[in-house]
Write a protein that binds this ligand. Structure first.
Ligand code: AHR
Length: 348
């Protein structure tokens, strides 16, 4: 028995050392993001401490999302322990476990995918640390987290489709869909919302759907491959993309990074897709600029500025209050029919 207790405490000691080491890595990563700032102290302070696990920096949208959270934390006098998971769920799991060992007051994280969070969330629950989901949702028992804050992906998909139905009142067309990170809630929702609306119009067909990981480089690659394929088959024109000898009339892209990659390829291959309707999601400044010059037809906003609402929710849960299960952020839609002079700079 004594031996077992001794073994248990050695294991406990080793896990604490490993956790502390992880935390130090975390602080070093935090330091990388805000190089001019002093690293936070590795001890409990008077301030509320929020452990925040971000998925990475795959897009300008994501970078703005991280900035918004840091800015709001500073404003709210909340200390952040930050981890950049570099697009890996396993890194997020490690980071959340290190936040638990450190006994932060609240944990917030952007779940890269929907599944696989039950164990770590049970651990946070046992440690009495409330968890807030940011930007993306998960498949898990709702009692394992306090609430969700972010976009309504279904509505974003529906908004993209509503624009299309309106634009293509009188004729159908072939659609290419570029989607983002596989198994993420946002991709499932954007695909579902879009299909829900276009199903009213059997003449609008998704002829190809491909995962571009939300990356500019992948958007570029996918367009390049389609162009090369079409040229090899000898059935192409420089006015559009083709898939299996079928002209693509509409491109529905789940984010601006992939859309901008696609536009890069159009420029490189001197494709002039003036007859292609391109709909993108996010509303980064660069895609708004492309909308203004007629390269895009519609940009559905996904609002990255979640910081202020997150800090409000953090304070609520830290004080033991219940927060809404879902808090959606306000979003709008930009289209070619707008008065562009009324647009404010996007800031990202
Ligand atoms: O989860 C939000 C999505 O993730 C954004 O649309 C995209 O740009 C980001 O990388």
């Amino acid at each position: 028995m004594k031996g077992k207790i001794k073994k248990a405490s050695i294991i406990g000691l080793i896990s604490s050392i490993v956790a502390l080491a992880l935390l130090l890595v975390t602080l070093v990563r935090y330091h990388k993001i805000k190089e001019n700032e002093k690293a936070p102290e590795i001890k409990k302070s008077e301030k509320l401490i929020l452990g925040f696990s971000q998925i990475g920096s795959e897009s300008a949208w994501r970078t703005r999302n991280t900035e918004s959270i840091f800015e709001a934390a500073e404003e709210a006098d909340i200390q952040i322990l930050f981890d950049d998971a570099q697009q890996k769920q396993e890194n997020q799991l490690k980071a959340i476990r290190s936040f638990i060992v450190y006994q932060v007051d609240v944990i917030a994280f952007v779940p890269i995918v929907e599944d696989g969070w039950d164990n770590v969330l049970n651990e946070a629950k046992e440690a009495g640390i409330p968890v807030i989901l940011v930007d993306r949702q998960i498949n898990a028992d709702p009692s394992l987290y306090a609430g969700f804050l972010g976009e309504d992906g279904l509505e974003e998909g529906r908004n993209a489709a509503h624009f299309l139905l309106d634009k293509k009142k009188d004729s159908g067309g072939n659609i290419l869909e570029l989607s983002g990170t596989e198994n993420s809630s946002v991709v499932r929702e954007r695909a579902k919302g879009f299909r829900e609306i276009i199903s009213q119009r059997p003449d609008l067909k998704i002829i190809h759907s491909e995962n571009g990981d939300f990356l500019r480089s992948r958007g570029k690659e996918i367009a390049e491959r389609l162009i090369k394929d079409a040229r090899n088959k000898g059935n192409y024109n420089d006015d559009a993309l083709y898939y299996n000898n079928q002209k693509i009339d509409i491109i529905y892209s789940h984010n601006d990074s992939m859309t901008l990659g696609l536009l890069d390829t159009f420029a490189n291959y001197r494709i002039n897709p003036s007859s292609t309707i391109i709909i993108s999601i996010d509303a980064e400044q660069k895609s708004i600029d492309a909308l203004k010059t007629g390269k895009l037809s519609c940009v559905v906003e996904c609002n990255p500025n979640l910081g202020p609402s997150l800090m409000h929710l953090v304070k609520q849960v830290a004080a033991g209050n219940t927060i809404p299960r879902i808090t959606y952020i306000e979003e709008s839609v930009f289209t070619e029919n707008d008065d562009f002079s009324s647009y404010e700079p996007r800031g990202y």
